[in-house]
Design a protein around this ligand. Structure first.
Ligand code: GLN
Length: 484
């Protein structure tokens, strides 16, 4: 049963082959068995899960046929959950219990989904390896010596090892797609503004977006349908007509125009990754797609622009954690300054402090124009590059990550190498467009991910391209042996 995707699970629930309570207990059991090895789940919500599952069973018995009713899931610990701890994997919020649910959590609860627990992540979503978590690193289910990627590494590892059939994630610069790639699952970052950010702890507000992390594109479409929608509590949420992003899944992709960004042919790309991408291109060609090279001349500047904008926004967002309003407070402060200083010094980890320092510097008088404004201008140019590219092609294709899963500790002392993990993904965040990672092969036993980037609001199309590929391939069906 745990090998099934959520469409199959919904069928089993509807046919009364299994109850939501039994399904929930099955996954709770898997978490208890395997989580000590993976460290993916940091808060188990057994009581809530059982209560929600029983409520789902009552609705199922009354003939409710919502496709997500009674399906268990895990939430990244960045989403506020009422009466359940929300830590953002930081000592700062180790004792924080939100008085309300994030809009995403609320919407999924309303569909009758069952919250199994909260998953590990990089502290405040800053990282690409899940090693910055206060609760320790997550292990990659394909090789326990490797990282799962980050920052949604707990979500990716949990879905890959089937500790839950699906999970939520967030993506500021690649945090859904890069871990999805490293763990061999499907991840989608929606168009900026599609999914409400209300109750999702902010890292870089103009980039953060929540999205589904699943076994396949079909599941991602089902979950996105439930997660998205305008929200008056989030002023950046887009006001759009109701939409069903599943509606195009089965459309033919004959005549699809795929663009390969010239800037994405980086030197030193692993030969196996290159080969998997070439093989994926052949699959698309067989399905009737044409391939052209496209030029996005400013894309090379996406990492430097991101590492000014994201830290600047982070320094502003994280100023609320001052020892007064939320979370940790140091012991016996001598005065107010001392309390601010020591609370923040004692409770934030090294990477978070790095970002706050860089961001505060970039925003300070005299540097604001030279760094922050300049980075914003570059961001605009990158966005225009994407607009131009999408005049020529329907979708852009690339690897999701320049490497497969790397060793635990391998890049922790080399921030630049770590930051380069997101070289393929950051552009889509800066431009605000939707992008996906889907499994497309293996290199030395580790999954390889393929990235597809579409124009703003074209999630239904993007999911169609991914689904059509998955109908031809079985990479997304593979489960790491130890967990199958
Ligand atoms: N790895 C990137 C960073 O550390 C992206 C993180 C994210 O998308 N949340 O900023």
């Amino acid at each position: 049963m745990f090998k099934k995707n959520i469409t199959e699970l919904a069928q089993a629930l509807q046919a009364k082959n299994i109850s939501s309570l039994e399904l929930t207990q099955l996954y709770l059991g898997r978490i208890k068995e395997f989580n000590p090895t993976l460290n993916a789940v940091i808060t188990l919500c057994e009581e809530t899960a059982i209560k929600q599952a029983k409520a789902a069973d009552t609705l199922l018995s009354k003939g409710n046929t919502h496709p997500l009713l009674g399906i268990p899931l895990l939430h990244k610990d960045i989403f506020c959950t009422k009466d359940i701890k929300t830590t953002c994997a930081s000592k700062m919020l180790d004792n924080f219990i939100a008085p309300y649910n994030a809009s995403v959590v609320e919407k999924l609860n309303d569909c009758g989904m069952v919250t199994l627990g909260k998953v590990n992540m990089d502290e405040f979503a800053m990282g690409s390896s899940n090693e910055t978590s206060y609760y320790g690193a997550v292990k990659n289910p394909w090789d326990l010596q490797k990282v799962p990627g980050g920052s949604s590494g707990g979500s990716a590892a949990a879905v890959a090892a089937r500790l839950a059939p699906v999970a939520t994630g967030t993506d500021t610069g690649g945090s859904i797609r890069q871990p999805a790639s490293l763990c061999g699952i499907t991840g989608l970052k929606p168009t900026y503004g599609r999914v409400s950010r209300w109750g999702m702890i902010a890292f870089a507000s103009s980039l953060d977006q929540a999205g589904p992390m699943t076994q396949n594109a079909n599941d991602a479409a089902l979950l996105l349908n439930a997660m998205m929608g305008s929200d008056e509590k989030d002023s950046t949420s887009l006001i759009l007509p109701e939409e069903d992003v599943c509606r195009k899944l089965t459309d033919s992709i004959q005549g699809l125009k795929i663009g390969i960004p010239k800037q994405f042919t980086i030197e030193g790309l692993d030969a196996d990754i290159e080969k998997s991408i070439q093989d994926a291109i052949k699959v698309y060609e067989k399905l009737g797609a044409t391939i052209t090279e496209v030029d996005l001349p400013y894309l090379d500047l996406s990492i430097p622009a991101y590492y000014v904008i994201a830290p600047a926004e982070c320094s502003s967002n994280l100023s609320r954690f001052d020892g007064v309003r939320f979370g940790y407070r140091c012991e016996n402060p001598i005065d107010l300054q001392d309390m601010y200083k020591r609370s923040r010094s004692e409770a934030f980890g090294a990477e978070v402090k790095n970002r706050i320092l860089i961001g505060t510097y970039a925003l300070s008088a005299g540097y604001y124009d030279a760094y922050y404004i300049k980075a914003q201008k570059i961001r605009q140019l990158i966005k225009h590059n994407f607009d131009d590219a999408f005049k020529q092609v329907d979708v852009l294709l690339s690897p999701s990550s320049p490497t497969t899963a790397f060793g635990l500790g391998e890049k922790t002392n080399d921030p630049v190498a770590m930051y380069l993990s997101d070289i393929y993904t950051i552009g889509a965040n800066l431009a605000g467009v939707p992008a996906m990672s889907i499994p497309c092969g293996f290199s030395k036993g580790l999954p390889v991910g393929l990235q597809l980037i579409a124009p703003a609001l074209k999630e239904a199309e993007l999911l169609n391209y991914a689904h059509q590929y998955q109908l031809q391939t079985d990479w997304h069906l593979k489960i790491p042996e130890q967990f199958s």
